[in-house]
Write a protein of this length. Structure first.
Length: 354
């Protein structure tokens, strides 16, 4: 019997992360409330893995990713990167850690300076954080262009001369310039043509294997997340409602919101698509400035119970590596764990027979 591989080291540890934006009103611009874009999020990202972060528009995915890199001043919680709490670092210490954590932005058109050449854009991090000579910087730029599949002949061209996919490759090359350990990919394929999306995702996978990168891959494209992610976290109204290994989440989603999300994904098999049962959620998403009492999802949940409107469910592990925030499982955790153990034993027996 082959031994299981050793667990990978935790590179990013997020605990009770909060990102609240103040609301001001009146002539004196007094604070009257806050938009709770991220409200008590906790998860780990292991070295060398890709954690997918999914959810509908406005749920706080991008805000969470930017907060992880301290592009925002966080309201509360801890962000441990390689053992250091970057949420509390001063400007000098934070600048020293910037090379190790980078970001690929959603819109490659808006994230590139139109007045700079490709070589200048990719070399900008080198200008800020290294003392390389001009020749060494140019050699590094050429090396990065080779890595992302761009011709060196394009070095002196400007962003408007490129397609969306090529511009995103420029952004990826810029993110790789300082040899980072961790990259937040904030919907890197959302602004691209469908024919180009797979190319960019395959490039990210190749670079991860080549350089040992760790990704937080933010997307609303559940099919693409299934392709690239090792584990998947599902967000709703500022909170993570489910976190599990990819196959466990897609094959047996536990949270009612995750079930509704996955039911909306088209199936390429026409026969399977014809019998797929869609879960249609009623009502609108509540305002993050005034979330409902109890569970954030209780106002739209087709399985809501009375306790859901009073108490916020605890985010807990109900099976190996499978975390969920739902009273349906928290109240019957022992029964659920027993059922899952029986199911896993049955699968092992089936594999043994095969």
């Amino acid at each position: 019997m082959r031994d299981d591989p050793p667990p990978r080291r935790v590179l990013v540890e997020v605990r009770e992360l909060q990102m609240h934006f103040p609301i001001h009103a009146g002539i004196l611009r007094r604070r009257v409330g806050a938009v709770k874009a991220v409200d008590g999020v906790s998860f780990d990202i292991h070295e060398g893995e890709t954690l997918g972060l999914v959810g509908e528009s406005g749920c706080g995915k991008s805000t969470c990713g930017r907060a992880l890199l301290r592009l925002y001043e966080v309201t509360g919680g801890r962000i441990l990167f390689d053992g250091q709490d970057i949420a509390r670092l001063g400007p000098r210490e934070l600048r020293a850690m910037r090379p190790a954590m980078q970001m690929v932005f959603q819109d490659p058109q808006a994230s590139l300076n139109p007045r700079m050449t490709v070589a200048a854009i990719i070399a900008e991090p080198l200008d800020e954080h290294t003392a390389l000579s001009k020749a060494d910087k140019l050699a590094r730029v050429y090396e990065l262009m080779d890595a992302v599949g761009l011709s060196r002949d394009f070095a002196n061209r400007y962003p408007h001369e490129f397609s969306g996919g090529q511009r995103q490759r420029i952004g990826i090359a810029r993110a790789l310039a300082l040899n980072p350990k961790f990259i937040v990919c904030d919907e890197p394929i959302a602004a691209l043509d469908v024919s180009i999306q797979a190319q960019v995702v395959n490039l990210l996978e190749d670079l991860q294997e080549r350089f040992g990168l760790t990704y937080l891959f933010i997307s609303h494209d559940l099919s693409m997340v299934r392709h690239i992610a090792d584990r998947v976290a599902v967000m709703y109204l500022g909170k993570v409602v489910e976190l599990a290994p990819r196959d466990a989440l897609y094959n047996a989603p536990l949270h009612p919101y995750t079930q509704a999300l996955l039911s909306a994904v088209p199936d390429p098999d026409p026969a399977a698509e014809a019998v797929t049962e869609r879960i249609i959620l009623e009502g609108d998403v509540p305002s993050p400035a005034n979330p409902p009492a109890g569970c954030n999802f209780c106002t739209r949940c087709p399985q809501a119970m009375e306790i859901c409107h009073r108490e916020d469910p605890e985010f807990r592990e109900v099976a190996h590596g499978h975390h969920v925030a739902c009273h349906r499982y928290n109240e019957a955790e022992d029964e659920f764990a027993s059922a899952m153990a029986t199911h896993e034993a049955r699968e092992r027996n089936q594999q043994g027979e095969d």
